[in-house]
Design a binder for this molecule. Structure first.
Ligand code: PLP
Length: 385
């Protein structure tokens, strides 16, 4: 029996608890950033064991302010994987620095320490750190694609040796394991996304975590116009603007949703893991497809398949069977802006090209029922038969 209603590619998992929390905050008389956001930050940091956290209105804002707080700007180069969402590179160019795209690992789709090392070996080593033709290399932003975590031990060691910073784009990876703890517990900047399709959501939202208290405090100030003391902590009318600011704060309504999502994060993650395991069992036996690369401790944000034959026909057939799919990602060098601005060619990125030609993302989210999951499996089996 085929589905009569469409299974969307993603859907937020919201319970009565989130609705009640929003109502409580709306009735309180304080709906912008305030005590609820303070509590959300504290609880998020405690959950992942991060020394500090600041809530923002997106992961994009978290990465942007992270770069600004690290002093990255014109004349600087930041290394970024080519298989990511535009936000990862966009924030670099917005500071005036140059994003340099690197190819990813063919097997796990992640930025490998080897690729970073190879780039750094082509740089001139100076007292100021590594310098390439395009400028001074200041940082790497690694992306924990799909919820799988990059080799952080090797990347941190490599960056420390080279005298550059490692930032983590963890938009897909809450909650994901970094050794014995969670992603976000180490390094100066880890950026999380609470966008509508993410593992936990506040509609729109984000969080920066980091192990340098001064940096997090500065982000907290910059997120709201560079004002020294936020409104809910001021007694009277006086306030001072102490540096260049932005409007990147998260509202208490969003934070109220986030606090409840945080309490449900583990059970939502378990549900995703279960769906991932069902897919792996079902798809590992089917010739002509490659199941999702495996990593224990993943956040299981995306479930990707590689299709040996015609991927676009596969997507159309899934659509006919009423099952939504996604594609993560069209590599950045294929986007007009990056191609034209930086003169990039697909042949510079052989692994991304192979992955892009073959991948498709299947629905995986905690609001899916067992029947939804079985429908996806049946549809893939029927199409590949
Ligand atoms: C890898 C990656 N980085 C960053 C972002 C940006 O997240 P946000 O929408 O919270 O700014 C996304 C969003 O989809 C993403 O997929």
């Amino acid at each position: 029996m085929e589905r009569t209603s469409k299974l969307p590619f993603a859907r937020p998992d919201l319970s009565d608890g989130e609705f009640e929390a929003v109502k409580r905050v709306m009735e309180s008389g304080w709906i912008t950033s305030g005590p609820e956001t303070d509590a959300f930050e504290t609880e998020f940091a405690a959950m992942i064991g991060a020394p500090g956290a600041a809530a923002l209105n997106s992961a994009t804002a978290a990465l942007h302010l992270g770069l600004v707080a690290l002093g990255i700007g014109p004349g600087d180069v930041v290394l970024v994987p080519a298989l990511t969402f535009t936000a990862t590179a966009e924030v670099v160019s917005r500071t005036g620095a140059r994003p340099v795209l690197l190819d990813v690992d063919r097997d796990d789709y992640l930025l490998s320490p080897g690729a970073v090392q190879c780039f750094l070996e082509g740089c001139k080593q100076t007292a100021e750190g590594p310098v390439c033709d395009l400028g001074r290399v200041r940082a790497v932003i690694c992306v924990h694609y799909g919820g799988r975590v990059c080799d952080l031990d090797a990347l941190f060691a490599l960056c420390e040796r080279a005298g550059i910073e490692l930032l983590q784009d963890a938009a897909h990876s809450f909650p994901a394991k970094d050794g014995p703890g969670y992603v976000g517990r180490r390094g100066p900047v880890t950026a999380f996304s609470f966008y509508a399709t993410k593992n936990m959501t506040t509609g729109e939202g984000g969080m920066i975590t980091g192990d340098r208290p001064d940096l997090i405090e500065r982000v907290r100030r910059m997120r709201l116009h560079g004002i020294a003391t936020p409104a809910h902590r001021r007694a009277g009318w006086h306030y001072d603007v102490v540096e260049q600011g932005y409007k990147y704060n998260l509202s208490d309504i969003a934070s109220a949703i986030g606090r409840v999502q945080l309490q449900r994060a583990h059970s939502m993650w378990e549900r995703r893991k279960l769906i991932h395991e069902s897919y792996q069992r079902a798809f590992s036996e089917i010739p002509g497809i490659r199941p999702c690369p495996e990593q224990s401790g993943s956040a299981y944000h995306l479930y990707t398949l590689e299709i040996d034959s015609n991927r676009d026909q596969f997507i159309a057939a899934m659509e006919e069977k009423n099952i939504g799919t996604g594609l993560h990602f069209i590599p950045l060098y294929r986007m007009t802006y990056y191609r034209e601005r930086y003169g990039l060619q697909p042949q510079q990125f052989p692994a991304c090209e192979e992955i892009f030609a073959r991948i498709v993302s299947l629905p995986i989210y905690s609001a899916m029922s067992d029947e939804d999951c079985m429908d996806v499996i049946a549809a893939v089996q029927a199409i590949m038969a």
